[in-house]
Design a protein around this ligand. Structure first.
Ligand code: NAP
Length: 563
């Protein structure tokens, strides 16, 4: 049974409904172009301040929770979202046009992310403890007792994207990592999926209440990003921002955060065209599999994935021609599916028109429009490498299933083309079996292997994830994942928004010098009450107390050294 039985719903500030004075909104079912679901009031001028105020009140106690208490809270949130899964999926299908299997997968991912961060809390590596006991007899100067650990930054404002209504939304990766770090969260709901947002927000607030936490640990606010969102980021009680969405939205928030009296970090995941380089040996290989893999990756979720391949570098000549022809053939059998909002659909159509009108750009192939509203045909265009390098607009993201094939004459041209690219979430090398072969095997292989190495040297400086012989869509959420990259993929390429390491964004180090034992916080205390792995006198000591030298841990090795 639906929990959203009322006709009108409101923001949820510190667990309580907060009627807004800024008008109302209702979601649009993009498959039918009709309004759907209840009405939501939007916060008016000054109203959003109640959420950061409550978050700031919650921070002193929330940040001091034990690892176990914080982990248990995150697990309850996961459990509650899981239990509400069927209603969340049905609601999100109406609000986003995304198909059920995709949304079912996203509920699973959201729940698993919360559980992943519960595990991160328990493992405790993020406390980053480093201890150097006092050396009173050290010459020429004694050393003080130094104990470093990492602290949460404070309340975090989080903005989610329309294309991940669950995994990058109310209880998505940014929220989970901020809460795991010890930061209360104020989430600015995306106006494209308000009912989905409220259902998840209710689950979050119920988990807060179930664990007797201060209700300000989590708030959900409705309102236009360029008013309520801006006001939230300008609020002096907010200490960091997590954002996933458009380049224009992300840069607008960066500007606000940078011009505050106290500037704060903004971790914004924005735009990426995810170039894929098909090397000559790959083009000489299984072109049918390449064409199939590419079209599936391009057209999945109507191309509305931040990792969708928007640029495909293909060699000139017979192999490249045949690959392009196979892509056109597969594409002709592919239908468009409903996009997230009518606005996103019209931007995508405009983007394609602009691309098609550029000199030197020709259409390779297209699919069919989908049977429902807002479902344009997937399309692929082509240009030459010279035109591509001379036309910066050709590297712009078109959010949707549109890709540009760039034909190159010689693989030797690729490293310099790669050097001209903007920052990306992903780059992919299709090397076929070329890069696995012995460099001495033959001159063609040796020369391609050299190019692949040069390309890799250029690309690893431009992306958060480098893939070999695969397709960039589909992000594995785990300990080692990086979903980030240099600007404009993200506003700060030093971190990741997906995976366990995302917690680092919401922490900062502090060192206690000569702190008396009773005043030392638990992570750095001599008796190690939280049983954390810690670095003592430069040597990592595992949680079970066993000392390991840096060499045993495999640390401090230069790239290329063997273990
Ligand atoms: P969006 O329009 O930027 O919206 C994201 C959120 O930011 C919404 O809550 C929006 O509020 C708010 N917002 C927009 N402009 C703002 C401004 N000037 N000031 C303050 N807040 C603002 O993005 P979207 O349409 O949801 O998502 C599509 C885009 O996201 C695509 O370009 C895609 O590539 C990118 N994306 C990137 C990643 C990644 O990881 N890099 C992942 C997914 C999507 P309203 O609700 O009022 O619009």
């Amino acid at each position: 049974m639906s929990t959203l039985t009322e006709q009108t719903h409101h923001s949820l500030i510190a667990g309580e409904p907060a009627p807004g004075t800024g008008g109302t909104t209702q979601a649009v079912d993009p498959a039918r172009n009709t309004p759907t679901g209840p009405t939501f009031t939007l916060l008016g001028d000054g109203q959003v301040a109640a959420a950061p105020r409550a978050a700031a009140e919650a921070f002193p106690t929330y940040r001091k929770l034990t690892p176990e208490a914080r982990a248990a809270f995150l697990e309850t949130a996961a459990e509650r979202i899981d239990r509400a899964g069927e209603e969340i999926i049905a609601t999100a299908m109406r609000e986003t046009g995304l198909p059920e299997p995709r949304l079912r997968g996203e509920v699973g991912r959201t729940v698993n992310q919360l559980r992943l961060f519960a595990g991160v809390c328990r493992a405790g590596d993020h406390h980053g403890v480093r201890i150097e006991p006092a050396l009173p007899d050290r010459k020429p100067l004694p050393r003080p007792d130094l104990r470093q650990r990492k602290l949460p930054l404070g309340p975090v404002a989080v903005f989610g994207a329309s294309n991940f209504p669950l995994a990058f939304s109310v209880a998505g990766g940014d929220t989970a990592s901020a809460l795991a770090a010890g930061c209360p969260v104020v989430f600015k709901a995306h106006n494209a999926h308000p009912a989905t947002s409220l259902l998840v927000g209710q689950a979050m607030s119920a988990a807060v209440a179930e664990h007797d936490l201060h209700p300000g640990v989590f708030s959900l606010v409705f309102g236009p990003g360029n008013a309520v969102g801006q006001e939230l980021v300008a609020d002096p009680r907010i200490k960091a921002v997590g954002f996933t969405g458009s380049r224009s939205g992300g840069t607008a928030l960066m500007a606000t955060a940078a011009t505050r009296r106290e500037p704060i970090p903004v971790y914004a995941e924005m735009s990426s065209v995810n170039p894929v380089f098909v090397l000559p040996s790959a083009a000489a290989g299984d072109r049918e599999a390449l064409a199939e893999g590419f079209v599936t990756s391009l057209n999945g979720s109507a191309g509305q994935l931040c990792t969708a391949p928007g640029l495909l570098f293909v060699p000139e000549g017979a192999d490249g021609d045949d690959l392009a022809a196979r892509i056109a053939e597969k594409l002709s059998a592919a239908d468009g599916t409903t996009m997230l909002t009518p606005g996103i659909c019209s931007s995508r159509i405009e983007g394609e028109k602009k691309l098609a009108a550029l000199d030197g750009v020709t259409e390779v192939g297209r699919g069919g429009a989908g049977p429902k509203e807002n479902a344009p045909a997937p399309a692929v265009y082509s240009t030459g490498l010279e035109t591509f390098t001379a036309t910066p607009e050709l590297s712009d993201e078109i959010f949707g299933a549109v890709c540009l094939i760039v034909r190159y004459g010689s693989a030797d041209q690729l490293p310099s083309a790669a050097n001209g690219l903007e920052g990306q979430l992903t780059v992919t090398l299709q090397t076929g079996t070329g890069a696995d072969r012995d460099a001495d095997a033959g001159s063609d292989t040796a020369s391609e292997n050299r190019v692949v190495q040069e390309l890799l040297d250029a690309l690893e400086l431009r992306a958060g994830r480098v893939l070999f012989n695969g397709w960039p869509t589909g992000v594995d959420v785990g300990d080692a994942m990086v979903h980030g990259g240099p600007y404009p993929a993200t506003s700060d390429g030093r971190s990741t928004s997906v995976g366990a390491a995302a917690i680092e964004r919401f922490l900062r180090p502090v060192v206690y010098q000569n702190a008396p034992g009773p005043l030392q916080p638990a992570p750095v205390r001599e008796d190690n009450p939280w049983n954390l792995g810690r670095r003592v006198e430069g040597t990592y000591v595992a949680a079970d107390g066993r000392g390991q030298s840096p060499a045993e841990k495999g640390e401090h090795m230069a790239e290329g050294d063997s273990a």
